[in-house]
Write a protein that binds this ligand. Sequence first.
Ligand SMILES: Cc1ncc(COP(=O)(O)O)c(/C=N/[C@@H](CCC(=O)O)C(=O)O)c1O
Length: 430
Amino acid sequence: ASASAFAPSTSNTRASTSLAASQVTRNPNFGKLVGGYLFPEIGRRRNAYLEENPEMASKIISLGIGDTTQPIPEHILSGLVSSASKLGTKEGYSGYGAEQGMGDLRAKIADKLYNGIIKSDEVFVSDGAKCDIMRVQQVFGSGVVTAVQDPSYPVYVDTSVMMGQTGEINKETNQYDNIVYMPCTAENDFFPDIESTPRADIVYFCSPNNPTGAAATKEQLEHLVKVCKERGSILVFDAAYAPFIRTEGVPKSIFEIDGAREVAIECNSFSKYAGFTGVRLGWTVVPDELTFSDGTKVRDDFNRVMSTAFNGASNIVQGGGLACLDDEGLAEINTLIDYYLENANLLKEAMESIGYDVFGGTDAPYVFVKLPEGKKSWDVFSEILEKTQVVTIPGAGFGPGGEGYLRLSAFAPRDVVIEACERLKVAMAK
Ligand SMILES: Cc1ncc(COP(=O)(O)O)c(/C=N/[C@@H](CCC(=O)O)C(=O)O)c1O
């Protein structure tokens, strides 16, 4: 092409004062998103407070983002270290691995965490459950209707919006058009009455739940699978907090439920198992029997996304995952989880001692505190931050159903949790 082809003609040059914008039309779906993603917004408000009150920098403590804080235990760490060291040797070096994950890790997940009810080639190892939720969304595309628990982890709704599955947000209800919100309230024990909600193609369900801390019973999950089967829906079950389940008989995986293989995908993660939130290792199970209406296998399309748009989880990190699933690693995971569950218990007791109704915190690392009537959760978030320098998460950040609640995370170190309890008991006493 001649040189002139690259010289912008006068007709399409923008006035020199405007931004040097491209000529590319923005994806309209991103314009539908309201505000930023919840957790960076929490960080922004925390930093804005510190800008205003720099002297408070040493006092700030966080019960906010559910990010682990305890060091990776010895045996699990040895798995990471030895995997890294191997890369420095001729015989141990490895490059691109299978996009679906190391065969022995897939097998160990199927064996140790699913007792063989799932086959290893149904396990796809990834860099995390949040990442897999977007990959699952890519498989489903824009033409589906999605249902979510309300309140729930904001990624389900936000990725549905990004994929073009929704209309605009309704400013009255704070709900997106074309998303089905399944109310989870104190009145229904935070388990939705699914029949009373319209049919959706894809149902995202998280148990133990973020943010409510509710862990669905076997009977509830059997009902969920039954309704999804009857309606021809696909259930995406997020089990990121499964290791926190200590109540006898409460399922840790949707695949403990008969019939789940025909309706469900399970997303899971080593993040909260072993403090791998920054290490980045998760997995998704897509059973062989799960098909679309035309009979094609969901697993084949998920595999296509993984092999086309992902180059596999880090080999170093997968070595850490193998160590997690040794007996020593599983024992270390239990110790870590016990530590966080004790934190949750302290938070629950502290808030109950000053007269609050508190939910969750037994089979989950989140405590969900009912606020006094009429109190807005973002206002209470700010009030607590200003009065006590404790960072929390407003329930409204998880959907309209979360309004009127506050989420407290049990992942902080013990001394921080104890300090936060003292401050909250003083500042929030009714
Ligand atoms: C239900 C649920 N599923 C997946 C994740 C993230 O899993 P990973 O990407 O494997 O670390 C999370 C992490 N949630 C944290 C971190 C925030 C975030 O992941 O954006 C929180 O709610 O505070 C989660 O709650």
